[in-house]
Write a protein that binds this ligand. Structure first.
Ligand code: ATP
Length: 353
C-alpha cells in the first residue's frame, strides 16, 4: 500500500505551463481521479507520476521515497494507456507475462500469476489469442491484467475507456473499480468524462490550465462546487447573478434575477459587496411545496420529454429563465403552465468566482 505526495509540481513546455504548481496527497488504496477538459494538464501530471516526463519543479513521493527523478522502470508503477499498447506479435498470455519476465520471475510462477491475472479480468479463456483477435473491451481487460500482474505499488490509468462503446464503458467502470478495491492498489485515473469520475472515484481533483481547482469526494464537488468552472464542468447548472438581501443566522437571502432564494452561509462567509453568483442544479428545483424551501413563480416555456425525465425551461420575464429536470411521476408540466418552483437552501451554492 503506497500513498503519493505531490508538492508544487510544475511542468513547462517552452512558454506553456502544462502543470503549474499542483499539490496533492493521494491516500494509500485510493481510487483517485484527475479530471479536466482537454489541455488542462492531467496527462502531463500522470506522466510525471509515472516518470515519463521530468518535472520543471516540485517533488513527487511514494510513501517516504522521493521518486521525482527516478526512471519509470524503478518506480514500480503499472500503466494502462488509452490505446492499450498491447504487442501485436505476442499472445495475450505473453503480453501479460512480459513484465514478469523482465522481473525474472520463474516459469512456473509466471504461469500461475498470468492465469490469475487473466482470471481477475474475466479473460482466462483467451490466453492463446493475439490482440487483433479480441474486441476493444477485451483488449482493455488484457492491458489491465498486464499492468496488475506485476503487483505494482501504483496503478496509473490514462483515459482507459475512451476507445470503448458506451455500453462497454459502463460495464468496465464498475469492473475497474472492483479490481482496484479488491487489490487495494493506489490508483490514479485520468479522464475528461465527469460521469466516469463521479461514478468511480473515491476522491477527485478538477484541473484547469494546469492548476488545481477543487479536490474532494465526487458528491462534495458536485453538490458544493466552489467555482463556476467546477459547477459547470461537473454537470448542468443554472448560474444566477444575485445580491445579498439579508442574513438570518446561518442562512442568507439572495435576490436573484428570477426571484428570492435562501442559501446556507458558505464556510468562507458571505462575500462583501453583496454581489454573488449562485449555482442551482436543474434537479434541485421541486414542483411541489416543501418546508424550508424558497419559491419562485414563472411560466413553463419549453419542455423536453425524455421518457423517465422531463426537462423544462421555466421563464421569469426580462429574458431570465432556469432549466429544471424532474422524474416523470404523476402529472407532468406542460408548456404555458404557470410554475411554482421550490429550492432548498442546501441546494443553492454561492460560488467564489
Ligand atoms: P487531453 O485530454 O487532450 O489529453 P490533457 O489535460 O491531458 O489533455 P496535457 O496533454 O497534459 O493535457 O497537455 C497540457 C498542455 O501542455 C497543453 O496545452 C498541451 O498542448 C501542452 N503539451 C503537452 N505535451 C507537450 C509537449 N510535449 N510539448 C509541448 N507542449 C505540450
Amino acid at each position: 500500500m503506497t500513498c503519493i505526495r505531490i508538492e508544487g509540481i510544475r511542468k513547462h513546455f517552452g512558454t506553456t505551463a502544462a502543470v503549474d504548481g499542483v499539490d496533492l496527497d493521494i491516500q494509500s488504496g485510493e481510487l483517485f481521479f484527475l479530471l479536466g477538459p482537454s489541455g488542462c494538464g492531467k496527462t502531463t501530471l500522470l506522466r510525471m507520476i509515472a516518470g515519463f516526463i521530468e518535472p520543471t519543479g516540485g517533488r513527487i513521493h511514494f510513501d517516504d521515497h522521493d521518486v521525482t527523478y527516478l526512471p519509470p522502470n524503478r518506480r514500480d508503477t503499472g500503466m494502462v494507456f488509452q490505446s492499450y499498447a498491447l504487442w501485436p506479435h505476442m499472445t495475450v498470455a505473453q503480453n501479460v507475462a512480459y513484465g514478469l519476465r523482465i522481473r525474472k520471475v520463474d516459469s512456473a510462477g509466471r504461469k500461475a500469476r498470468v492465469a490469475a491475472a487473466l482470471e481477475s479480468v474475466q479473460m482466462g479463456a483467451y490466453g492463446q489469442r493475439r490482440p487483433n483477435e479480441l474486441s476493444g473491451g477485451q483488449q482493455q481487460r488484457v492491458a489491465l491484467a498486464r499492468a496488475l500482474v506485476v503487483e505494482p505499488r501504483v496503478l496509473l490509468l490514462d483515459e482507459p475507456l475512451s476507445n470503448l462503446d458506451a455500453k462497454l464503458r459502463l460495464e468496465m467502470r464498475q469492473e475497474i473499480r472492483r479490481l482496484c478495491k479488491s487489490t487495494g492498489i493506489t490508483t490514479v485515473y485520468v479522464t475528461h468524462d465527469q460521469e466516469e469520475a463521479l461514478s468511480m472515484a473515491d476522491r477527485m481533483a478538477v484541473l484547469k490550465d494546469g492548476r488545481l481547482q477543487q479536490l474532494g469526494p465526487p458528491q462534495e464537488l458536485y453538490q458544493q462546487p466552489r467555482t463556476r468552472f467546477v459547477a459547470e464542468f461537473l454537470g448542468e447548472t443554472n448560474l444566477l447573478p444575485a445580491t445579498v438581501a439579508g442574513r438570518d443566522g446561518d442562512k442568507v437571502r439572495l435576490d436573484t434575477v428570477v426571484g428570492q432564494v435562501v442559501a446556507n452561509v458558505p464556510e468562507s462567509g458571505v462575500p462583501s459587496g453583496g454581489n454573488v453568483t449562485c449555482s442551482i442544479r436543474p434537479e434541485s428545483f421541486r414542483w411541489s411545496p416543501s418546508d424550508n424551501a424558497s419559491s419562485l413563480t414563472g411560466e413553463v416555456e419549453d419542455i423536453v420529454f425524455l421518457g423517465d425525465l422531463t426537462q423544462s425551461v421555466v421563464s421569469f420575464g426580462g429574458g431570465h429563465s432556469v432549466r429544471t429536470v424532474a422524474l416523470n411521476q404523476g402529472r407532468r408540466p406542460m408548456q404555458g403552465d404557470s410554475a411554482s418552483l421550490y429550492v432548498d437552501p442546501d441546494d443553492v451554492v454561492i460560488l467564489n468566482d
